[in-house]
Ligand binder design. Structure first.
Ligand SMILES: Nc1nc2c(ncn2[C@@H]2O[C@H](COP(=O)(O)OP(=O)(O)OP(=O)(O)O)[C@@H](O)[C@H]2O)c(=O)[nH]1
Ligand SMILES: [Mg+2]
Length: 607
């Protein structure tokens, strides 16, 4: 029987997980000498490559000495924390990376808490020790304190520690060691991570933690085998979370090696393999012995904390840029997403709209981005936190927030966050002249905060947050102050009128952009919305395109991205998303209706 180790690499965003996996792949000799491998090879999908972040956890396998090491690379961004939670059950050890300069960050806490809760002993890797500002000793203290705070047991408190520069390809036991490769880390995995429990002779029990699909064999479940064997061609029982059972044959069994996959005949307890042959296989399902099917515990991940209403595009430009525009198409797509993405939820709301819930703006934004790339058109409303009731008390999600700001911005950061109901828990001067301030804040207070924070700190502030728990509702928090510049006509924007409007605020559009009545074309410099006309003005017959005209100097428009729009919009606004454009519009396009709504709202507030 093959000796196997199963590990997950976990950390806060950007602390170097995927880079470390590159090195483990390379230095274990998994790649052939001539094989060209991209940097951060595990970040294989388009959005991951573009943004340089991991979104989906992915597995690979390497051979080191006489061992097979299954490695799962996980995402570090808080919004994808659900991915980490579900894979932790599949492994027997974790490499807990932490940046030697940044130290313990919100998502370090979140993932370590989950690992400790499952009884795993972390192999702590203090990474990026090559950085000028690296302070490995301080970071080690922080990690120790964190483990104590998380109620780690004696064994867990004796965690092994390595120092590494993943990018430069080395890890060592002591800072003064001279070795230049990953050998100590490989040794640590073999020595410190326990072998899988379970027996190849017991009745088969395996659990699906990720789905995949293949044009020839259909749905594939990537599974950890906990007991028994799985053989190609044999019959097994698939047990769903509901208890429903279906019998089917394994049509294809796929093993992993480096970035490659190959067909295999059988696999045994302890291993991670991909299984085809069960048409309705889902994440969390168990694959069991046909005679004695005993399902594994269903997977539980933390509930979504943020929701957004997605609806059919009903604006005047609907259907002109996208392929899939109907409510049926959107529903099908969302249903498909929910099958694999267990950290998200979808609920039809009638009248062609759906409530989509996830962990944060980025997670919902990535789904929306994927959909627009697939040709969808739709509207998104302002994200709202998921409020729930416990024993008659209204509860809302709270987040742990860490901001790093140059000292001179400390005052404004604390003041602004105070208005958003944040409570400061610590303030630490850092060696590089910045200040690290930690807060606990209702998630609601964070919506729309990032852009304000970046402006206030002249782009130098860094903020990170991660879910803590649900707590009693904390009352109202402030929202956006500047009003919107709203178009009062349909057509193509004219350079001359944009030029005139520049004095009123920041424009989102450029000449020749399509606009319509009720579309938001800029941010007003003052509070309160303003209806403006971007079409009026001198129709210069020989106007050259764009703002290149000599007489007219146009300020480049503020670029609207999906995420910046989600942060910016108010309750009475929507984001129009198509494969070609991201526009912001008023929910009610007709100015008369909008005025009446505003008046009613004012009267209501007075009463
Ligand atoms: N200086 C330095 N930079 C490193 C080191 N390891 C990784 N990096 C850099 O850190 C950045 C993030 O690396 P990734 O490997 O993508 O980090 P990650 O933890 O996988 O990020 P997410 O998956 O998005 O959470 C990249 O620019 C790397 O080149 C290191 O040892 N030293
Ligand atoms: Mg990564």
């Amino acid at each position: 029987m093959q000796k196997i180790k199963n590990i997950a690499v976990i950390a806060h965003v950007d602390h170097g997980k995927t880079t470390l996996v590159d090195q483990l792949l390379q230095q274990s000799g998994t790649f052939a000498a001539h094989q060209q491998v991209e940097e951060r090879a595990m970040d294989s999908n388009d959005i991951e490559k573009e943004r340089g972040i991991t979104i989906l956890s992915k597995n690979t396998a390497i051979t080191y000495k006489d061992h097979k090491i299954n490695i799962i690379d996980t995402p570090g961004h808080a919004d994808f924390g659900g991915e980490v939670e579900r894979v932790l059950k599949m492994v027997d050890g974790v490499l807990m990376l932490v940046d030697a300069q940044e130290g313990v960050m919100p998502q370090t806490k979140f993932v370590l808490k989950k690992a400790i809760g499952l009884g795993l002993i972390p192999v702590v890797v203090i990474n990026k020790i090559d950085k000028d500002g690296a302070e490995p000793d301080r970071v080690l203290d922080e990690m120790f304190d964190l483990l104590v705070a998380l109620d780690a047991n004696e064994e867990q408190l004796e965690f092994p520690v390595l120092y590494a520069a993943a990018r430069d390809g080395y890890a060592k036991w002591n800072l003064e060691d001279e070795n230049k490769d990953m050998t100590p880390l490989f040794e640590a995995i073999l020595e410190k991570v326990p072998y899988p429990e379970g027996s190849p002779d017991a009745d088969t029990q395996a659990q699906v933690f990720t789905l995949d699909s293949d044009n020839f064999v259909g749905r594939i479940g990537i599974t950890r085998i906990f007991n028994g064997k799985v053989k190609k061609g044999d019959e097994y029982v698939l047990v769903k979370a509901s208890g429903e059972k279906t019998k089917s044959r394994v049509s294809k069994l796929i093993g992993f090696k480096g970035l490659e996959r190959m067909e295999i005949e059988k696999a045994e307890a302890g291993d991670i393999v991909a299984i085809a042959g069960f048409s309705d296989i889902d994440v969390g399902d168990s694959i069991c012995d046909p005679v004695n099917p005993v399902a594994l515990d269903p997977m539980h991940v933390e509930e979504p904390t943020l929701s957004v209403i997605m609806s059919v595009n009903d604006g005047p430009l609907a259907g002109t840029e996208g392929k899939h525009v109907t409510s049926n198409k959107i529903r099908e797509r969302l249903e498909k997403e929910m099958e694999t993405n267990i950290a998200m939820r979808m609920e039809p709301m009638g009248d062609a709209s759906f409530k989509v819930s996830g962990r944060g703006e980025l997670q919902i934004g990535i789904l929306a981005e994927n959909m627009r790339r697939e040709g969808f058109e739709f509207l998104l409303a302002r994200p709202e936190v998921v409020v729930k009731e416990e024993n008659g008390v209204k509860m809302e999600p709270f987040e742990h927030l860490v901001v790093d700001v140059p000292e001179e911005f400390q005052g404004v950061a604390i003041e602004k966050l105070g208005k958003r109901k944040a409570e400061m828990t610590s303030l630490t001067p850092m060696p590089d002249g910045t200040v690290r301030i930690e807060f606990e804040i209702p998630a609601r207070g964070l919506i729309g905060f990032r852009s304000e924070f970046l402006t206030d700190t002249k782009g130098e502030g860094i903020m990170n947050h991660s879910f803590i728990e649900y707590r009693p509702y904390s009352g109202s928090v402030v929202s956006r102050t500047p009003g919107a510049l709203v178009s009062m006509d349909n057509g193509e924007a004219v350079a001359f009128s944009i030029f005139n409007l520049q004095a009123r605020g920041t424009m989102f559009i450029k000449p020749q952009d399509k606009v319509y009545t009720g579309m938001v074309i800029g941010e007003s410099a003052r509070p309160g919305d303003l209806d403006v006309n971007p079409l009026k003005g001198k129709q210069l017959t020989n106007m050259r395109t764009s703002g290149a005209d000599d007489a007219i100097k146009l300020v480049p428009p503020r670029e609207i991205t999906l995420e910046s729009a989600m942060e910016w919009i108010e309750d009475d606004e929507l984001i129009e998303i198509t494969p070609e454009s991201i526009r912001i519009r008023k929910k009610f396009l007709d100015p008369t209706i909008r005025k009446r709504m505003a008046r009613d709202k004012k009267n209501l507030e007075k009463a």
